[in-house]
Design a protein around this ligand. Structure first.
Ligand code: GTP
Ligand code: MG
Length: 194
């Protein structure tokens, strides 16, 4: 895969706004501040395409980015951010669930977890949801530049055990160092070309 073009098609706040053009959609999922927007910027090779926030919880709508005019990357709002009101949290989880439950074109997902931390209960719920729905997903461990090589292996083991996914299948990723980008392209190709 080579990203030749990317464009924000729509920021959706309700399901009537989701694209309905038949193109495949691949969701980018993860808790708030895990590095979703930075991940998208890294794989599309643009520094400030998706907005990177200093303050967690910035991405609130569901952003549909159309890539090479052939598929969508869907940037979902991050879950699990502690500092927002209960009401807002509820609204976010409703937005995420509504998308996951109703999108007819969702065929793949990239599940982001921070390589330094044990995945949260919400992460486990999310992965179990994807497994139950039979949605093909790829786990990507972000911010790998923050760890030394041997620490990375230990962390990947914790993530693998907690999420019950094969350790070898987790992609360590760094937006900063652009590490793991090619492995992500391989995953995207496998979905888009299927
Ligand atoms: P929300 O939209 O608020 O849910 O956050 P997000 O998941 O989109 O995270 P975002 O990309 O905005 O990044 C959050 C913070 O983590 C920012 O300060 C980024 O600079 C930092 N960050 C993201 N990816 C990396 C990475 O690979 N390495 C390092 N060192 N920092 C990163
Ligand atoms: Mg974001």
């Amino acid at each position: 895969m080579k990203v030749k073009s990317i464009e924000l098609k729509v920021s959706a706040y309700n399901k009537t706004q989701y694209p309905n053009d038949g193109l495949k959609q691949i969701a980018v999922i993860g808790r708030s501040n895990v590095g979703k927007s930075s991940f998208i910027n890294a794989i599309v090779n643009r520094n400030n395409f998706a907005r990177v926030s200093q303050k967690p919880g910035k991405t609130q709508g569901i952003n549909f980015y159309i890539v090479n005019n052939t598929f969508y990357l869907v940037d979902l709002p991050g879950y699990g951010y502690a500092e927002v009101s209960k009401e807002l949290k509820k609204q976010w989880s409703i937005n995420i669930e509504t998308y996951l439950n109703t999108s007819a074109y969702l065929v793949g997902a990239i599940m982001l977890v921070d390589i330094r931390h044990k995945p949260t209960d919400d992460d486990v719920l999310m992965v179990n949801y994807l497994k139950n729905r039979n949605i093909n997903f790829q786990v990507v461990a972000t911010k790998s530049d923050k760890l030394k090589r041997y620490e990375m292996q230990m962390s990947l083991k914790v993530i693998s055990d907690t999420l019950s996914v094969d350790k070898e299948k987790i992609i360590p990723f760094s937006s900063l160092k652009k590490a793991g980008v090619d492995d992500v392209y391989t995953y995207l190709d496998s979905i888009v070309e299927a």
